[in-house]
Design a protein around this ligand. Structure first.
Ligand code: FNR
Length: 361
């Protein structure tokens, strides 16, 4: 390849990555019109105990997460950054996170490693939110040095490392080079100056995967399951011909992953579990906490508000979630998120069938 051809290829690659970021936001937002899809969270029901409630003032919703105490057990999950539009989304998410004391992550910063202008679409997060818990984000294909650079860029408290094999398989420009992933995770975890949180992007982490992660030294994992933002559909919609439509439904939901992990003796203790994927309401947050998540990530349910109305739309939404979360915790008799583990939970429908098939009692 001549130097000129290499430059053209790099420009094409950068343009492609910009288009992809915009496609992801547009197609994800379209999936969340009307309050989000039905999910396995609907199969998790709390038994109501009419005399079991505690006073709202007694509820302390704070949790220990990634080495810090955070005021709320839900956080804004990794979504975007790298273009002017998505930099604006990150800025607005950071303002809303600061105003409400919610932790947040950004989307993959791989683009920021090669392009100083794209990096601004991420560093704005720290400028707007100097003291909050902020997570950097990178895919597993990158080196330990790259990981340290993105953490430094954001002065991040932690690093989200995403594993997205299904997405890479279906993505038109995906790179399914999975052979180096295990070694890559191990190197990044060993060298990282901050806690590393390995996450899926909406297809779930099975007990077998969590055990591998544990062997690699991973102490935090977000199971990020199926049922919310559907990256199979997003990438398939971006494929000419949409020829992977038949894979719809691949993967496990967050409630299924949490139940599966809790039933796996070798994972006691395993990595601390976070949950995301299909969280549509404060009730879903409580359901995930009751099934064993330390804290709960939300992406799609906050995307439309922030993209169309900025912090003016997102801050009231986050405040409503906070108020409801506190009120419903009191109703369920849970003074802390950890107390939710002692609530009576019924598992119904498709989730129950999953448990039966997996031999989960
Ligand atoms: C994402 N997600 C994501 N995750 C990640 O680790 N790195 C990334 O770059 C992105 N990009 C991204 C873009 C957009 C527009 C969305 C909506 C989501 C995945 C996200 O963090 C989460 O795992 C899934 O979206 C499932 O959660 P929800 O959306 O169902 O709450």
């Amino acid at each position: 390849m001549t130097e000129r051809e290499a430059l053209d290829a790099a420009a094409l690659d950068a343009a492609g990555r910009h288009t992809r970021k915009e496609d992801h936001v547009r197609l994800a937002a379209a999936q969340w019109t009307g309050g989000g899809p039905r999910s396995d969270f609907d199969d998790v029901a709390f038994v109501h105990h009419a005399l079991g409630a505690v006073a709202v003032e007694e509820v302390d919703p704070s949790v220990e997460m990634l080495g810090r105490r955070v005021a709320w057990p839900f956080y804004i999950n990794g979504m975007t950054g790298g273009t002017e539009h998505t930099g604006r989304i990150n800025r607005d998410l950071a303002i809303a996170a600061r105003e409400t004391g919610i932790a947040m992550a950004c989307g993959s910063m791989s683009i920021a490693l090669d392009d100083a202008e794209a990096a601004r679409a991420f560093t704005v997060i720290r400028d707007e939110n100097p003291d909050g818990l902020v997570m950097a984000n990178l895919g597993v294909g990158r080196t330990a040095e790259d990981a340290a650079r993105v953490v430094e860029m954001l002065r991040a408290d932690a690093l989200q490392l995403h594993v997205n094999a299904v997405q890479e398989t279906v993505m038109p420009e995906g790179s399914p080079e999975f052979g180096s992933w295990l070694r890559g995770i191990e190197e990044i975890v060993r060298a990282s100056p901050v806690p590393v949180l390995v996450k899926e992007v909406g297809f779930g982490l099975s007990p077998r995967t969590l055990l591998r992660l544990q062997e690699l030294g991973v102490e935090w994992a977000d199971v990020s399951g199926r049922g919310g933002t559907d990256f199979l559909r997003i990438e398939n919609d971006r494929r000419p011909g949409g020829d992977y439509a038949y894979l719809t439904g691949f993967g496990q939901s967050a409630p299924a992953c949490l139940l599966d992990a809790a039933a796996t003796a070798e994972l006691s203790p395993g990595p601390v579990l976070l949950a995301s994927g299909g969280v549509r309401s404060p009730l879903d947050v409580l359901r995930a906490l009751a099934l064993g998540a330390r804290a709960v990530g939300v992406a799609g349910a906050f995307l439309t508000a922030v993209d169309s109305g900025g912090p003016d739309a997102l801050v009231p939404l986050l405040r409503t979630w906070q108020d409801h979360l506190r009120d419903l915790s009191a109703l369920l008799g849970a003074r802390t998120p950890a107390d939710l583990a002692h609530t009576d939970v019924l598992i119904r429908g498709g989730l129950r069938e999953y448990c039966e098939l997996r031999g989960i009692e």
